[in-house]
Structures are given as C-alpha cells and as structure tokens.
Design a binder for this molecule. Sequence first.
Ligand code: 13P
Length: 248
Amino acid sequence: MRTKLAAGNWKMNGISAALAEIDALKIDFGAPGVEILVCPPATLVDRLSQRVQGSPVMVGGQDCHENETGAHTGDISARMLHDAGASHVIVGHSERRADHHETDAMVRAKTEAAIAADLVAVVCLGESEAERDAGETLAVIGRQLAGSLPDSATAATVVIAYEPIWAIGTGRTPTLDQIAEVHGYLRAELVRRFGAEGDAMRLLYGGSVKPANAAEIFAVPDVDGALVGGASLKAADFGGIIRALEQA
Ligand code: 13P
C-alpha cells in the first residue's frame, strides 16, 4: 500500500495573512495513510513550518537550485529550504519549465540536490495540448520521466506528479481513462527502471482538481493523490480534496 499524498502548490500566491488558512487543516485531518503537504511561496516556508509543527501538515518549497550555495542571485538551494523547515520541494513544474526554460537535465540535477538535502522531490511532468492532439502524450511523458529522474531516486525520496499543461488552471481535466492510461504507463516505466522501488513510488495527478472531481480521480488505478493549485488556497476546498483522498 502506498501512502497517499494531498499536496497544495500555492504558486505565487499568499502573504502573511494566508497562513491562517492552514490552521483548520491542522485540526481536521491526520488520518493514517494520507499525508498533507502545503508548498507556499518561499517567503512563507519558515513561518508556515513553525505554524504547523506537531501537526499532520508538512511544508515544501516550489523549486530549488541544483547547487548548495554560490553566486546565483535570487535562487534558493534545497539545503536552505530544509533549514527553513521544508520536508519536500516541487521540481520541474511546467510553469518553471516554460518560464525559466528548465530542461529535463536541469530537473534531474535539482532532484539530486533535493535528495542530497534530505528533501522529498515532487517531480512534475506533463504534455501540452498540442502534444496530446498529435498523439505524442506517452512519448513526451516517457522522455520527461527518463530525463528528470536520477538513478538514485527511491520511493522514499521522489514523488511523481502528472500534470497535463492544458488542465492547469483551466477547469478542464482529462477523462478518467486518459488519466488511467498515463498513470498506468508511468507505473510500468517506473517498475521497469526501478523494480520494487518503482512500484512503491507515489504518482499524483494535478490539473484543475477540486472537491467536486477529487473522488472520481482518486478512484483511478495508480493515482496516489493530487497536486493541487488554485483549490489549495482555501482551506475549505483543499479540505474537501483531502477528505476525498481519506475516503478513497
Ligand atoms: P490548478 O489546480 O490550479 O489547475 O493547478 C495545478 C498545478 O499546477 C499544481 O501544481
């Protein structure tokens, strides 16, 4: 049995006042077998980590640099996130691959840096709408998976998030069959490369997950949780998604 994971990605949203949204989650949740992760902007990692201490809520960064220190103005290392109280970091989100021209090789280096700093890396993959329309989805996903994961990846150090780019922030989601096809393919590729570790790695779905569609998505085989953007900003919505995962 894989431990389920409900992960929230706040993206570039949230100032101090937003921290209070998490207080309800600390009290309402904590079922065994379901982990809760919130990835606020880097400015809030330290304060959120202090605020959730002793609760089931874990805290993650949204990106890290591949180096531990150095002349990289504006960047943050995995070690710094860990020092600020983070246990996880998202790497390779499609918005970073697009906005910051991150390649699979860069994502792999960041994943290695995260593992070296004792962070769990949440490695994101996903096809564009044009790639899906061209029938290239599995080829794209397979290439990203192969290129973004280091050989050192284990079920304890890496989580994979499948986020079709066209489903992010659009209110559109793939059909359940489409999710099942990609997750089944990812599982087979992970087992082929990593054996039993690959079978134990968590696979999250991300892209327009909300309380209303969470239960049906969590019922898809090989969906071990979700990476949630917009709906993670409000405790009521994120709580509804966590509840659906607890009941899955
Ligand atoms: P939305 O849930 O807002 O579609 O965002 C998904 C996402 O990109 C999470 O990383």
